[in-house]
Design a protein around this ligand. Structure first.
Ligand SMILES: C[S@@+](CC[C@H](N)C(=O)[O-])C[C@H]1O[C@@H](n2cnc3c(N)ncnc32)[C@H](O)[C@@H]1O
Length: 410
């Protein structure tokens, strides 16, 4: 390559990084100078040479690097927007020691940029192919203050503890005691925590043996492998290829799938709330409210074909909260209003009690609108075995092997 074309490529690369940093600022994902600078500096495209360079600098693009035998994505380089959001949640500073759980390379480099020469990043992945790739990337890009480990992160990284920050970049259903123990008191654990099917990246501050939330963001992450593996289970209601409909169960009661499959093909019963959302407003906090309040609310997962066939009115990759009771169910939906780009929230029920369930869901949507719109869920994590009287008295309790997670609202 001539010097001229090398210089040209360098300019293009820098332009892509500057544009990405600008986008992250506009999205509100990158707010602090350290995080913005990291995205301006890290040559992230070198981690995935098989991907078109420009795509790797797209704020929303996650490069999938591994898929399992069932077609489930199990490794990726996360999208820049998600990486920036978690970095801001972590409230990083120069000189810190940070553990990243789930490697890829670019995010460890981002963290290394922020903690600087006097800081240290430890990144751990269960998969040697991933750590090989990350090691090669970090060498090529010259980050020396990063240690790459191949291990199941269920036990953290005891030989490098204590940490100022732990950032988990893989979906976790539970918080192993080692993560809390290896975090300094007052330190932050940022984790995509799955709570009754809903995954949110939660910033948790250590306070003795408990963790207390300070920020909750919507996200999607690949599932945990190894000792902490705990996947949602799908109860299938309709099994035609491309039109599959099912309920994702995460500690919910076993549903009567035969009865619910029959209910799915009966005419829908609709109920409308009068509560509206702007087109860019998210359902994420409403869904957390519904999952806090309603006992049996798994998520409806439907392939786009199911929607095209008219089996369901809504489909979302994240799943839709669905109230289930015996032979009937009702899920949250929206319809257009007369106002441009505003949608009314409602529910669609199926089965003998579908109308009643749709009305129950709508009642809860109205309560959220009246009492909690603008509020954020408060999450606390206690070790399993903590007595009830130490937990918040109201709200939702989620019991996991290692922890008791509570969700409450102001
Ligand atoms: C989304 S990727 C990490 C992306 C990376 N942080 C980045 O953007 O640069 C999640 C990773 O978690 C890893 N993982 C899954 N279970 C794990 C476990 N128990 N311990 C360590 N790593 C695990 C997977 O192998 C996968 O590579």
């Amino acid at each position: 390559m001539t010097n001229e074309s090398t210089r040209e490529q360098g300019r293009t690369e820098q332009q892509l990084r500057d544009d990405l940093a600008q986008k992250l600022i506009e999205f509100g994902a990158a707010r602090s100078p350290g995080v913005v600078t990291a995205f301006r500096n890290v040559r992230r495209h070198l981690a995935t040479p098989e991907v078109d360079m420009a795509r790797t600098y797209d704020a929303e693009f996650a490069a999938i690097t591994k898929t399992d035998e069932h077609g489930v994505d199990i490794s990726s380089v996360s999208a820049p927007r998600v990486q920036a959001m978690q970095m801001e949640q972590a409230d990083l500073a120069p000189g810190m020691t940070v553990l990243e759980i789930g490697s890829g390379g670019p995010n460890a480099a981002n963290l290394a940029e922020v903690v600087g020469e006097n800081g240290h990043v430890v990144t751990v992945d269960i998969d040697p192919e991933v750590t090989d790739r990350a090691t090669r990337f970090l060498k090529a890009t010259g980050y020396q203050n990063v240690t790459v480990l191949t291990a199941d992160a269920e036990h953290g990284a005891p030989e490098h503890a204590p940490f100022d920050r732990i950032i988990v970049t893989v979906q976790a259903a539970d918080i192993p005691p080692e993560w809390t123990a290896q975090l300094k008191d007052g330190g932050r654990l940022v984790v995509p925590l799955r709570m009754r099917g809903l995954t949110r990246t939660v910033a948790l501050v250590r306070d003795g043996d408990r963790l207390v939330s300070d920020g909750v963001e919507l996200c999607g992450f690949v599932p945990m492998q190894g000792l902490g593996e705990n996947r949602v289970r799908l109860a299938v209601l309709h099994d035609v290829e491309g039109e599959e409909v099912g309920l994702r169960l995460d500690g919910h009661p076993e549903p009567d799938t035969d009865a619910l499959a029959k209910a799915l093909i009966t005419p829908p019963n609709k109920a409308w709330s009068g509560v509206t959302l702007g087109g860019s407003e998210s359902n994420e906090h409403l869904d957390m409210w519904l999952t806090t309040e309603l006992d049996n609310l798994p998520l409806l997962a439907a392939k786009p074909g199911a929607r095209q066939r008219g089996l369901v009115a809504s489909a979302s990759p994240l799943g839709i909260p669905t109230l289930v009771d015996g032979d009937s169910f009702a899920y949250r939906t929206v319809r257009a209003t007369d106002e441009d780009d505003r949608y009314e929230l409602g529910a669609i029920g199926h089965g003998p009690h579908g109308q009643q369930l749709a009305e129950r869901l709508v009642e809860e949507i109205r309560t959220w609108d009246r009492d909690h719109r603008g509020d954020r869920a408060h999450i606390e994590v206690y070790p399993a075995g903590t007595p009830d009287d130490r937990l918040p008295a109201d709200g939702r309790r989620i019991e996991r092997r290692h922890s008791r997670v509570t969700i409450t609202w102001p």
